[in-house]
Design a protein around this ligand. Structure first.
Ligand SMILES: [Zn+2]
Length: 256
């Protein structure tokens, strides 16, 4: 399977400042080049795969010569709902593809100046889309693991003291999930959803080559990593809140 376009060189080399200055037409062309990177930017029908099409310039729509399906540059991608302008999709891709830890939903919402919930959904979709097509990827070298919780409700004022209890209780309800991103420093990334960080460890062991150095925060779930890897722990600040969401280190929590 071809590499997901979000992980392509074209996506990784997107420059934030350049994107921010793009006209609508430039943003559209750039998105097209990235989305169809596998065919050198040539559009093809997301329904039947046909490369032949006519183009309705006024509406920026392609019409498939094979099945007559009309599709846009975002059709069939996670950006298809188009709640944001294409330039913002590109910004999201640039932030996501370039950021070591810089693509948290909170950061995304600040950078895109959009609502936290919109950014959260987008960040989650980005990770999910990449994860879905990353089935055979192995990572090596310096590897960071990071968990982002979602689906729970935590009152910020109680978060610090109750952290472990709440996590335990909410895990018991079965509603919370943690999206764990496994990322080579400045390299490939894969993401999976689990019920807890500890539950993700076997997948990490499977995906990360022996001899790699794994970087993780101090969450207890990561302790098991020490059995398989040289593991370095990062000390994050205890917690803060903003935009109705709160974070403990890299663990994002939204009101559910
Ligand atoms: Zn078609």
């Amino acid at each position: 399977m071809a590499q997901h376009f979000l992980l392509s060189k074209a996506a990784r080399t997107l420059n934030l400042t350049k994107v921010a200055r793009m006209s609508d037409d430039e943003a559209w062309s750039t998105f097209k080049a990235i989305r169809w990177a596998a065919t050198d930017g040539e559009a093809f029908c997301p329904r039947c795969g046909c490369l032949k099409h006519s183009f309705i310039a006024t509406r920026k729509l392609f019409k498939c010569a094979g099945c007559r399906h009309q599709y846009s540059v975002t059709s069939g991608t996670i950006f298809a709902s188009r709640k944001l302008p294409i330039r913002d999709h590109l910004l999201a891709i640039a932030i996501f593809a370039n950021g070591a830890k810089g693509h948290s939903a909170l950061q995304l919402s600040r950078d895109l100046d959009c609502q936290y919930r919109t950014a959260f959904v987008m960040a989650h979709k980005l990770r999910e889309a990449v994860a879905a097509e990353a089935a055979d990827v192995t990572l090596a070298g310096n590897v960071e693991v990071d968990g982002a919780y979602f689906g729970g409700h935590v009152r910020p004022e109680n978060m610090k003291a109750d952290r472990r209890d709440r996590r335990f209780a909410e895990n018991q309800t079965g509603k919370r999930r943690v999206v764990v991103v496994i990322r080579e420093t400045k390299g490939k990334a894969v993401a999976f959803a689990f019920r807890s960080e500890a539950e993700s460890v076997p997948t990490i062991v499977e995906r990360v080559a022996p001899g790699s150095v794994v970087h993780a925060d101090e969450a207890k779930g990561w302790d098991r990593l020490h059995a398989s890897f040289q593991t370095r722990r990062i000390n994050h600040q205890e917690g803060y809140s903003a935009d109705g969401a709160c974070m403990i280190g890299p663990h994002e929590v939204v009101r559910g």
